[in-house]
Design a protein around this ligand. Structure first.
Ligand code: MGD
Ligand code: MGD
Ligand code: SF4
Ligand code: MO
Length: 719
């Protein structure tokens, strides 16, 4: 095999840049380049967000950079094999096929897909708008976009914890920043606050490392966060602990909210959430009395059919206690002086926007993020319109989207699937064209461009690997070839210059400067008001009412519930899918020995009593079954869990296994469903709180490679 060594584009030295091995943290790092290769990657202690934090994924990036199984050249499928082709040929092929499909069926027949919020995403959304397609597949309905969209509607932007403002208490709700550093946050910030003496409340069905450190841990039943938040609001209002000044001067419909809370009983909250009233009342009192207090919430809250109302109830807690936009509370930070990412590209024409499927999921529809089942259906049935092609940049859809079997059917039905990735993922294996993407060490870009903490920083290209190109480079090339409006730049650097115009900087200057931040101002609502119909914080949303939705947050039982005896008889356990583990981002990293060694197999946490009932010991392989399918993971016994709750890992596929078992054997999305009922506003599916059964796995059922431990971290390229 030809030497895959990366080529440095800088002389030996130490370079400040922004990590992106997890698509989220953008931790400031210093990459030491010696003898033309990465000697080490260390945390940058001067970074104002990450403060020198660095994790195993960042360290493993050096292995990733030179991994022998990375895609090195564009490839076009020929029957069952792949032909490596020059970029020119690949781009011409893709552009001409896409134009044919556009001319025949309309631009909406071309889906564009991406995964989690990555720094290049404005290019893929810009490409979709310029092309004129509303058929956008991303993680909006599964991730934290319900929180972002609702926050924009009610308070202008996502209120992020102001760790620099020294919160006296942090309530971590459905988040686990020790293992996952979601958008806007890095664990070092929370750790710093706790070391400075902040109190800690954790709301999580699992006793995470953080929960073990907490003053109060509320072991909530999965998917009942809306009910618990309402219960806490009820305590605060009943005991007159709310911030009177905020409520009187800046809010609207408080009396309706109070009446709404009177309509629920504490007995109901206890029964639904399985948290004792005395415990959540204590948490509510602390959260309402310590000033300032911050709410650090995560997707544990959102990945279920109550997503938007759970977010609303949490936002109410922040507002009610006067912790909105105050130092050390939850702040809507002003953006840095860069052009908003969507202003760089043309807007989706109104007539095309109107075609977005799923208008009934109104909040998702407004932002052109239709629930995914509608797009898979369109591929499979041609209704409401045919979808015949998909460009997939950075999404391993077969593993990370609910109902994997259906995703496979839908993608396999396309006339053209183009995937840009680092490796031959199960999704890439279905493609007609695969394109080699550049990692964070191989590209110039503005880090955290689309985040909400007010910072951006510079990420610089240090290496080239094979013929890999950054996603921005690929999409710019494709857009130009197709003659799309707005794709005017001759190189990505010109677009970066344009993005930086408001700061009066060009890319090269920003690279030297390294970082920009918007001005930090608090209580901006005093001057600006809120972006609601009333101009105040609305405890009852005028916008939701106008759309015909229940205007105050409410809870409904998940579609599969332990409260339904018929379901519970067959599937007695409540399943969480996807609590994160530090070594892996989503479905990534299973090829990297440095990470796989840390965590070689997927684990499902179950209570020892539940394990004893099915004759399972710690480390045994078990079968997890739902109405949708069956997978295998290894049991990890955890005495702190509710004995009825199990927590399985997500993102698992085995690069070392050929064939469908690679993505079917342990992929938790074989168990999830994508069909209604969904969250009525955002179309979120139940990734937390579905019903399952767990039993001992029979040796014959499990792929041989897993039992013999024949997992070679380097894996099989799968080509
Ligand atoms: N059951 C269940 N499902 C879930 C979740 C869950 O908790 N449970 N979480 C959901 C959430 S919150 C999210 S955001 C999604 C995440 O879903 P995805 O974003 O699809 O997750 P990843 O596996 O991280 O990334 C997909 C692919 O992108 C490639 N990649 C990474 N960076 C780049 C890049 O810069 N360019 C290119 N071209 N490719 C790149 C990786 O190699 C990987 O194959 O999953 C969702 N699905
Ligand atoms: N290492 C690593 N880091 C990541 C990712 C990754 O895959 N790996 N993914 C990135 C992505 S896409 C995202 S969106 C963020 C997500 O990061 P976070 O928002 O922190 O979310 P998770 O880590 O998925 O889950 C947080 C906690 O929610 C708990 N939980 C599960 N169900 C419920 C529930 O119903 N209610 C409550 N209150 N809690 C519940 C879980 O037990 C878990 O401890 O992380 C990002 N960072
Ligand atoms: S949390 Fe993410 S950005 Fe930060 S060091 Fe780890 S992989 Fe890199
Ligand atoms: Mo996410």
């Amino acid at each position: 095999m030809e030497d895959p060594r990366p080529i440095p584009v800088v002389p030996d030295g130490s370079y400040r840049t922004a990590c992106r091995a997890c698509a989220h943290g953008s931790c400031g790092v210093i990459v030491h380049v010696r003898n033309g290769s990465v000697a080490s990657i260390e945390g940058d202690p001067t970074d104002p967000v990450s403060h020198g934090y660095v994790c195993a994924k960042a360290i493993a990036s050096a292995e990733m950079l030179r991994h022998p199984h990375r895609i090195r050249r564009p490839m076009i499928r020929e029957g069952d094999s792949w032909r490596e082709v020059p970029w020119e040929e690949a781009m011409d092929f893709v552009a001409s096929r896409l134009l044919e499909i556009r001319d025949r069926y309309g631009p909406e027949a071309i889906a564009v897909a991406t995964g989690t919020n990555r720094d290049f995403n404005q290019w893929i959304y810009g490409f979709a708008s310029a092309l004129g397609t509303p058929t956008v597949v991303n993680a909006a309905n599964e991730c934290y976009i319900p929180r972002v969209t609702l926050s924009r509607m009610l308070v202008g932007d996502l209120p992020v914890v102001d760790y620099e403002g020294n919160p006296g208490l942090v309530m971590v709700w459905g988040a686990n920043p020790v293992e996952s550093n979601p958008d806007e946050y890095v664990y070092s910030q929370l750790d710093g606050a706790l070391r400075r003496g902040a109190r800690l409340i954790v709301v999580d069905p699992r006793r995470t490392q953080l929960a073990a450190r907490a003053d109060i841990w509320l072991r909530i039943r999965p998917a009942t966060d809306a009910a618990l938040a309402l219960g806490m609001a009820k305590v605060i209002v009943e005991e007159d602990l709310h911030d009177r000044e905020f409520v009187e001067r800046h809010s609207y419909c408080f009396d309706e909210f109070r009446a709404h809370l009177s309509g629920i009983s504490h007995a109901w909250v206890e029964e639904v959430t399985r948290v004792a009233r005395s415990d959540y009342a204590r948490a509510a009192r602390e959260y309402a009395s310590v000033k300032p207090a911050a709410l650090h919430w995560g997707v544990g809250v959102e990945q279920n059919v109550n997503a938007v109302y759970a977010d609303y109830a949490l936002l109410d807690l922040v507002a009610l206690t006067g912790n909105l936009d105050v130092p050390g509370g939850n702040v809507m930070f002003d953006p840095p002086p860069v052009r908003p990412s969507d202003s760089l590209f043309p807007r989706l024409p109104a007539a095309q926007r109107e075609k977005t499927p799923g208008r009934e999921y109104r909040m998702a529809w407004e932002i052109t993020r239709p629930p995914l089942y509608l797009i898979w259906n369109a591929m499979l049935t041609g209704r409401p319109y045919p979808v015949r092609a998909m460009l997939d940049f950075a999404a391993n859809l077969l593993v990370t989207r609910p109902n994997s079997a259906k995703v496979q059917r839908a993608l396999s039905s396309l006339d053209l699937l183009v995937v840009a990735d680092f490796f031959m993922t199960p999704t890439a294996r279905l493609a007609h064209v695969v394109l080699p993407a550049a990692t964070w060490l191989e590209q110039d870009g503005i880090a955290d461009y689309r985040k909400h903490h007010g910072y951006v920083s510079a990420r610089r290209r240090l290496f080239r690997f094979g013929e890999a190109r950054s996603d921005a480079e690929i999409l710019l090339d494709l857009g130009r070839r197709m003659g799309l409006p707005g794709f005017k730049w001759t190189c990505v650097e010109e677009a970066l210059d344009e993005a930086l115009e408001p700061a009066g900087l060009r890319w090269r200057e920003f690279l030297r400067l390294g970082r920009l931040r918007g001005s930090v101002r608090y209580r901006k609502y005093v001057e600006r008001g809120f972006p609601t119909p009333s101009g105040r914080y609305e405890f009852s949303s005028g916008q939701l009412a106008e759309w015909g939705f229940q205007p105050l947050p409410a809870f409904r039982e998940p579609p599969e519930s332990p409260a339904d005896p018929e379901v519970a008889r067959e599937y007695p356990m409540i399943l969480i899918t996807g609590a994160r583990r530090l070594p892996y981002m989503g479905s990534e990293g299973r090829q990297l020995e440095g990470l796989r060694r840390l965590h070689p197999y997927p684990e499902v946490e179950i209570h020892p009593d539940a394990a004893a009932r099915i004759g399972v010991s710690d480390g045994d392989w078990v079968a997890i079954e739902t109405r949708s399918g069956r997978i295998f993971q290894r049991a990890r016994l955890n005495p702190w869990l509710d004995p009825q709750v199990a927590s399985a890992e997500y993102g698992w596929w085995y690069p070392e296994i050929r064939g469908d078992a690679s993505w079917r054997a342990s992929n938790v999305n074989v168990l999830t469903d994508d069909s209604p009922p969904l969250d009525p506003l955002m179309g979120a599916t139940n990734l937390r709180g579905l019903m399952c059964r767990i039993r001992r796995a029979e040796p014959g059922e499990i792929p041989r490679e897993l039992l013999t431990g024949g997992v070679d971290g380097a894996g099989d390229p799968g080509i």
